[in-house]
Structure formats: structure tokens, C-alpha cells
Design a protein around this ligand. Structure first.
Ligand code: GDP
Length: 311
């Protein structure tokens, strides 16, 4: 399966919600009832109230006075408007950052438990290996013994060294060891896992701030990326998480996982509209190839299906 098919398949449930409503416009003028249904569908897909307002204003403006607007016409207005929102968060990819950034390029990976941090780190490491780069993993979630072991299992599988200490060790000390090792071994990129127990606990945020500080002391300018991993299936909650992490540690990039498991894939749009943080990666499945660089144009195409000749 090609990457676009994976993306398209991953967004299937979300597409279904929107497409059902668009299909109702077939051969009919866009009356108020249909427009309200479309609005409800976009909200159900979790695009968020602000983005939906903006999109619907655009649709209403462009369809006013048009008697027999086609479903394809509406789709085109939506596609264009969505693209203009999404392109604002399509920043440089991880590969571009690593290529253009300092060596070692230090990435601190943050996010609450279960969002997919460890698997995302493993997938990035695998991708780096395939591109001929040398990554190093750092098991900074010392709060859970299982997290250290899980990262080690991934490291062994992908063939990447893991810097670790015992369960309960100071995460800042592990991060420090990781950066020292990265400099000594001249690796290209360091991926530091962190604890993710509930973000409402202020001690987690204090801990992350300390980790960040210690990294910067050992390597000025680092971490070069603070990547926040968010789970698309929690919908609007992801926005609240993002705000808290951003306030505490200054997020520089986002990875949004599990878009394949949800009909609320519109959360990508809400994130773009509300947070304005670069969306680097999206997860559309559990396989290694299912972590993709975010591409605004492809995302819109996958969300609305391939253009059709319907009128
Ligand atoms: P962590 O606690 O944040 O480190 O989360 P894990 O990396 O352990 O991931 C939690 C679960 O989410 C695992 O079962 C992963 O396989 C799964 N997962 C991660 N990313 C994706 C994705 O894009 N799609 C799906 N369907 N599952 C994912």
C-alpha cells in the first residue's frame, strides 16, 4: 500500500462522517437545512467551533445566489478553505530539521501516557536508520519500569542503542547521560522519552522543565525540538493537553497519533486553527510506515476522497 492509500484508509471513518453530509447536496440547491447538516457533520468530525464557523461562512458566501450548486462545488469550497487553514501548520519535516539543524539534534518527546510516545519514537528512529542516520534513544520515563523496558525492546528491534538507568532514577540525570553519550558517539539525532502521568499534576511539568534545563546546560541550544505527541481519539481534550504542555515547556512541534481509530480526524483542523504549532507527523496506524510527515494538500485530498466527476 502506498502512503497516500494508508492516509486515505486511516482517515476513512472521519471521511465517512463528512461525505455522508456532502452527498445530500447531490442535485439539490444548498438550502438552509442542508447547510446546517453540513455544519453538524463538521462539528461531529471535531474540526472545532472556530474552524467550522470560518468554513461555513465561506461556503455560505460562495453558494449565495447560486441555484443549482453541486455537491462537488461545495466540496471544492471546503477543500480550498481547509487547505488554507492547514497549510499554516505544515512546517519543516523532522528529516529537514535534522538535516539542517545542529548535530546531535536533540528531540525531547513529551505527552500524556498512552498517546503513542514510545511507538512514535521507535518509528522515527527506524525512519532515521533507513535514511542512513545514527539515532540514539533515551529512556527518560523512569516513573514506570515498563516504559524503560518497552523502549529497550523497540531499540533492540530497530537496532538502536538505548541510554537507560534504573526505575525511579532522576529523569534529568538520564537525559544528561543521553546527551553526553550522544556527543561522545557523534550520533545524528537523540530521541528522549519522558514520563506522561497526568498532565494536570504540576510536578510532571516541573520535572519536564528540569529535564529541559539540564539538557541545555550540557548542550547549549538543546533541546532543538520539543515534540508533543497527541492522541486524535480524545478529540478536543488534545487541545487542552497541548496548551498545558506548551505553557510549561514550549512545544515546537506536534505529532498526532491514532487518526485511523477515530471519526474525529477533524481535530487536525482544530489544532491548526487554535494552536498554530507546526504539525510534523501524523499516525494513521500501528505499523512503522503509518507515521507520516504531515502534508496539508494530501490530508485534504484524503479527507474528501479523490475528486469525482459527480455534478
Ligand atoms: P505512550 O504511553 O505514550 O508511550 O504510548 P505507546 O507508544 O505505548 O502507545 C500506546 C498504544 O497506542 C500502543 O498500543 C500503540 O501501538 C498505539 N498507537 C500508537 N500510534 C498509533 C496510531 O497512529 N494508530 C493506532 N491505531 N495506534 C497507535
Amino acid at each position: 500500500m502506498g502512503w497516500f492509500q494508508r492516509l486515505s484508509e486511516g482517515l476513512g471513518r472521519t471521511r465517512h462522517v463528512v461525505q455522508q453530509s456532502l452527498d445530500r447536496f447531490l442535485g439539490r440547491a444548498p438550502d438552509e437545512e442542508l447547510l446546517e447538516e453540513l455544519e453538524a457533520a463538521l462539528l461531529a468530525a471535531d474540526l472545532g467551533a472556530n474552524a467550522v464557523d470560518r468554513l461555513m461562512r465561506q461556503v455560505r458566501e460562495e453558494t449565495r445566489g447560486v441555484d443549482a450548486q453541486t455537491s462537488e462545488g461545495i466540496q471544492n469550497v471546503l477543500s480550498r478553505s481547509l487547505y488554507s487553514i492547514l497549510k499554516t501548520v505544515a512546517g519543516p519535516t523532522i528529516d529537514q530539521l535534522v538535516t539542517e539543524g545542529p548535530k546531535p539534534f536533540v528531540t525531547l518527546v513529551v505527552g500524556v501516557n498512552g498517546v503513542g510516545k514510545t511507538t512514535t519514537i521507535a518509528k522515527i528512529a527506524q525512519r532515521m536508520m533507513q535514511a542512513g542516520r545514527r539515532p540514539l534513544l533515551v529512556a527518560g520515563d523512569t516513573f514506570r519500569a515498563a516504559a524503560i523496558d518497552q523502549l529497550q525492546v523497540w531499540g533492540d528491534r530497530v537496532g538502536v542503542e538505548v541510554i537507560r538507568q534504573r526505575h525511579g532514577a532522576d529523569p534529568a540525570a538520564v537525559a544528561f547521560d543521553g546527551v553526553v553519550a550522544a556527543k561522545a558517539r557523534m550520533v545524528d539525532v537523540v530521541l528522549i522519552d519522558t514520563a506522561g502521568r497526568l498532565h494536570t499534576k504540576s510536578n510532571l511539568m516541573d520535572e519536564l522543565r528540569k529535564v529541559k534545563r539540564v539538557i541545555a546546560q550540557e548542550l547549549p541550544g538543546a533541546p532543538h525540538e520539543v515534540l508533543l505527541v497527541l492522541d486524535a481519539t480524545v478529540g478536543q481534550n488534545a487541545l487542552a493537553q497541548a496548551r498545558q504542555f506548551h505553557e510549561a515547556v514550549g512545544v515546537t512541534g506536534l505529532a498526532l497519533t491514532k487518526l485511523d481509530g477515530t471519526a474525529r480526524g477533524g481535530i487536525v483542523v482544530a489544532i491548526a486553527e487554535e494552536l498554530k504549532l507546526p504539525l510534523r507527523l501524523i499516525g494513521v496506524g500501528e505499523g512503522a510506515d503509518d507515521l507520516q510527515d504531515f502534508n496539508a494538500e494530501a490530508f485534504v485530498a484524503a479527507l474528501f476522497g479523490q475528486p469525482t466527476s459527480r455534478s
